[in-house]
Design a protein. Structure first.
Length: 202
């Protein structure tokens, strides 16, 4: 899937009747899962955008992943199977942007700056231990620490970087953090909804 435009993302969000936050600097955070369910690469797209006072759009769309790497598909951390965040769902208030360097009481992801899951989200569990992501497994709702975090610097293969989390390289995720921090700076707080879309909607 080629990189989607912000216009395309807005259209899909609107057509899907998901909430689009339109107050200036109230950030919309999400991702687009591509239809290749066997890839072990950063072949998805992570996005963050908000409007400014003049109704312009500040945005970033970067390559990333929303899937467990191949290692954890073959070797799930949970006996019930690998966690797959449900797409075509807006996970409201699911994350808090935490930076342990600014607030040591917040651990982020394993002590690094990241989007920490703080609310219930919807999942599938993929328990067949093959390379394919199965979007028809047992459905679950819970807090399973599927955080948004740094995944190295190379951006080649996901492998052990994700057991069900989403994320991107340091360089790319920093771009998402920069947009997200506008929300905090302008008084809308550090909590974010996460809308996971699918390529089939584009």
């Amino acid at each position: 899937m080629k990189q989607p435009t912000i216009t395309e993302i807005l259209r899909v969000l609107t057509d899907s009747k998901f909430k689009v936050f339109t107050n200036p600097y109230d950030v919309n955070l999400g991702a687009i899962r591509t239809k290749d369910n066997a890839a072990n690469t950063f072949n998805d797209w992570i996005f963050a955008f908000c409007f400014d006072e003049d109704e312009g759009i500040i945005f970033e769309v970067v390559p990333g992943t929303t899937d467990a790497g191949l290692y954890y598909r073959l070797n799930p951390m949970n006996i019930e199977g690998t966690a797959i965040i449900k797409h075509n769902v807006q996970h409201r208030g699911a994350y808090q942007l935490q930076d342990p360097k600014k607030d040591p009481t917040k651990r982020g992801h394993k002590g690094q700056k990241g989007f920490k899951q703080i609310a219930l989200m919807e999942y599938w569990r993929d328990a067949d231990r093959d390379k394919y992501l199965d979007f028809d497994g047992v459905e679950m709702t819970g807090i399973f620490a599927t955080n948004g975090h740094y995944m190295g610097t190379l951006g080649r293969e996901v492998n052990k970087w994700s057991a069900g989390c989403w994320g991107a390289t340091v360089e790319n995720l920093n771009k998402i953090f920069k947009v997200a921090e506008l929300q905090i700076k302008h008084g809308y707080g550090d909590k974010f909804s996460f809308t996971l879309l699918h390529e089939n909607n584009f």
